[in-house]
Design a protein around this ligand. Structure first.
Ligand SMILES: Nc1nc2c(c(=O)[nH]1)N[C@@H](CN(C=O)c1ccc(C(=O)N[C@@H](CCC(=O)O)C(=O)O)cc1)CN2
Ligand SMILES: [Mg+2]
Length: 300
């Protein structure tokens, strides 16, 4: 079997177009322009690219973008003061603090300082709790994007065996919650799981979010399974020239595509969905803030 390639880049483009239509409708009907504030502390090269892309795509869909770039040595108190200002700013409906943060900053403290209603990353402990208890939450963008791709590919997920490899707060745990809500039988596996290959082979839906290049091998995949690769790993590629790199996921793509029914590539799979879902969450936050019906197509 050769797997269908799930084109996250194309799906994300469609989602951004839908977001753009919703933004235009909000302006026309309610005079409302959703605004997203993105905060970057330091000069991590990958984070700079992500923040630039977020700001550009925010403007492209017709929303207001507010960028805040702080020095790598910014004290925590200064960052918290900025978050407080953004919490109070009526033009800002969504706030995102780009991760990772420098060592002098307590990440959990900063994330929990964001007004949960403006927490478009869905990382605030209140949003994590709302999601875990099946209530209306802001859902983290990467798992939301994975979920949308799964719904598009499979339709009804009810009764399927899902294995999520990785237990991070920003991907693994919320992914497991979304799959549970869709009535999957969910296993969260991790570095201490015994017989990880055997556990993965049970999965109709296999989500890899471990941050280890090509760890999930082809013979870990159940024939016909849908494989969602969340990993973005930059590995040396001397064949491309001295000092060159290439991107690989957490799944050994060429092996897995021979076994899976469908698989997301890296790049061009889950990654582009993350930013598209951030834009969707910002529209949702703006609608909730103004008591306007939120567009169902933009949510889980
Ligand atoms: N506050 C947050 N910080 C971080 C998040 C997040 O959701 N919120 N996620 C990641 C980084 N990230 C967005 O911030 C992100 C990662 C990757 C992509 C993407 O489009 N990837 C492309 C490849 C890009 C490349 O060449 O490097 C792809 O997979 O096709 C978008 C957003 C950590 N921090
Ligand atoms: Mg820290």
């Amino acid at each position: 079997m050769t797997a269908e390639i799930i084109d996250g880049k194309a799906f994300a483009a469609g989602l951004r177009a839908q977001v753009g239509e919703e933004v235009a409708a909000l302006k026309a009907r309610h005079g409302l322009k959703p605004g997203l504030a993105v905060v970057l502390v330091g000069e991590d090269p990958a984070s700079q690219v992500y923040v630039r892309n977020k700001a550009r795509q925010t403007v492209e869909v017709g929303m207001a973008s507010f960028e805040h770039r702080l020095d790598v040595a910014t004290p925590q108190a200064e960052l918290l003061a900025l978050v407080e200002r953004l919490n109070r700013d009526p033009e800002v409906h969504g706030i995102l603090v780009q991760l990772p943060l420098p060592d002098q900053i307590d990440t959990a403290k900063v994330l929990d300082a964001i007004d949960p209603a403006k927490d478009v990353d869905g990382f605030h402990v209140i949003n994590a709790g709302l999601l875990a208890t099946g209530q209306k939450a802001m859902v983290p963008c990467t798992p939301l994007g994975c979920y949308m791709l799964l719904k598009e590919r499979i339709g009804d997920l009810s009764g399927l065996e899902a294995v999520v490899v990785g237990r991070s707060n920003i991907v693994g745990k919320p992914m497991a919650q979304l799959l549970l809500q869709a009535n999957c039988t969910v296993t969260v596996a991790h570095s201490r799981t015994r017989d990880l290959p055997g556990v993965c082979r049970r999965a109709d839906i296999l989500v890899a979010a471990v941050g280890r290049p090509e760890m999930v091998r082809g013979d870990w995949v159940k024939p016909g399974a849908t494989v969602i690769d969340v990993g973005i790993n930059r590995i040396p590629a001397p064949e491309r020239g001295e000092g060159k790199h290439r991107l690989v996921g957490d799944v050994a793509f060429e092996e897995a595509r021979e076994v899976a029914g469908a698989i997301t590539p890296v790049p061009g799979g889950v990654g582009p969905m993350t930013i598209a879902c951030l834009l969707a969450n910002t529209v949702t936050a703006a609608c909730r803030a103004h008591g306007v019906d939120e567009p169902k197509a933009l949510a889980a």
